[in-house]
Design a protein around this ligand. Sequence first.
Ligand code: NAD
Ligand code: USQ
Length: 394
Amino acid sequence: MRVLVLGGDGFCGWPTALHLSDAGHDVMIVDNLSRRGIDAELGVRSLTPIEPIDVRLAAWREVSGRDIRFVNCDIAADFDGLCEVLGEYRPEAVVHFAEQRAAPYSMKSAGHKRYTVDNNVNGTHNLLAALVDLRLDAHVVHLGTMGVYGYGTAGVSIPEGYLPVSMRADDGTEVEQEILYPPNPGSVYHLTKTMDQLLFAFYNKNDNVRVTDLHQGIVWGTETAQTVRDPRLMNRFDYDGHFGTVLNRFLMQAAIGYPMTVHGTGGQTRAFIHLRNTVECVQLAIEAPPAKGERVGIYNQMTETHRVDDLAKLIAGLTGASIEHVENPRKEDPSNELFVKNSGLLALGLKPLTLADELLGEVISIAERYADRCDPDKIPAQSKWRLPAPADVG
Ligand code: NAD
Ligand code: USQ
C-alpha cells in the first residue's frame, strides 16, 4: 500500500514510518520539522541524540534496502503544497500525526494557544478538503487522544467513540441513537482533537471520506524493533516540562536521581500504551480500512490505565528513586477513575504490552546512557493552566 505519513519525523511518526516500511508498505513522509523548531524555541533537546531527517532516511536505506521519501511541507499553512504531494503520490492511506501535541505547550500563552488551534485544526481540515478536491479515496488514519472524553467516568467504561442514547420523541415513543461521546477536553491541545472529530464526522457524512480515528492514551517507551537497527535511526525522547509525558519523565527522572514530579495528589488516572504497540495499531488500522460510506471508525488505542501516584511508587520500588508531590500547574480533577473499552484493536489482533519490568528497565537504561544530555532546569512543568487572579498581578 502507498502510505503517506504526515508528521513522520516525530516521536510516534518516525518509528511508525519505519515499521510500515519494514512491513512492505511504500512510505512517504511529510513533515515541516516544526517539532525540532519548538525544541530550539524552548532551549531543550531530545534526551536521545536524533539525526536530521536526511541522515535518518539514508541510514534506513542502508540497513533495510528500502526507500522512504520525504517532503518538507506545512500541512496547515501550505494547502497547495499538500495538494501537490497528494496528487503526485496518490496515497491509499494517509496517517495523520502532524499536530502540535503537548498540552502544557498549548497552554503556555495566548500565542501558543492560537498556534495550536491554527496548526491542528487547519492541518486536519486542509487534508480533508484536499482529498475531496482531488477526488482521492485515501483512508485517513488519525492519531487522536483519549483526552477527548475527559477522564472521570463514574464507573462507566468509556466506549469506542460512540455513546448509545435513548430519547423520548414528542409522540412518546422511545428513540435509540448513537452519538459521538460528549467531548470534554482538558487543554487547548485536547480541544483541537475534539474539533478534529467534528471535521471527520462532517467530511465522512458529506463526502464519504473514509476515516479511522485512533483515540490514543499516553505513549511510553522510546525504541522499536526498527529504530534499534542503527544508532542513526534513534527515536526522540522528550523529558522537558512541556513535551515530556508522565511515565517517560518519571523513568528518566529516576535514572538521573531527580525526584519524580507527581502533580498534586497523583490521583489522576490515565490510559497508557507502549510505543511498540502504537506502531502496530497504526498498521492494523490501515490494513482494515472502513468500507466506503461507513461512519468514522473510532478505536481506543490504549492497553492499560494507571494512577500517576501508583506509577511513581512502582518506579520508586524498582529504582529507589524519591517522589515529590509538586503543586499541580494544570486544572484537572485531583483524582479520577478510568475504565476504557479497547476491544476494537484487540479484535484486529493487537497483543498488548504492559508495564513489565524489562520494558521499564529498557527506558531507564536509555535515560541513564544519555543522562549527560539532560538539562535539569528544563524538567519542572512551568506552563500554568490558570492566569494569576487580577489582585495578584502588579
Ligand atoms: P511529535 O510532536 O513528536 O510529532 C509530530 C510531528 O508532526 C512533528 O515531527 C512535527 O514537526 C510535525 N508537524 C506538526 N505540525 C505540522 C504541520 N503543520 N505540517 C507538517 N508537519 C507538522 O508528536 P508525537 O508524540 O509523535 O504525536 C503524534 C500524534 O499522536 C499527535 O497528533 C498526538 O496528538 C498523537 N498522540 C501522541 C501521544 C503521545 O503520548 N506522544 C499520545 C496520544 C496521541
Ligand atoms: N503529570 C505529573 N507529573 C509530570 C507530568 C505529568 O503528575 O511530571 C500528570 C499530569 O498532571 C496529568 C498526567 O500526568 O494528570 C498526564 O500528563 P502527560 O503530560 O503525561 O499527558 P497529557 O498532557 O494528557 O498528554 C499526553 C500527550 C498527548 C496525548 C495525551 C493522551 O502529550 O499528545 O494526547 O497524552 S491522554 O492523556 O490519554 O489524553
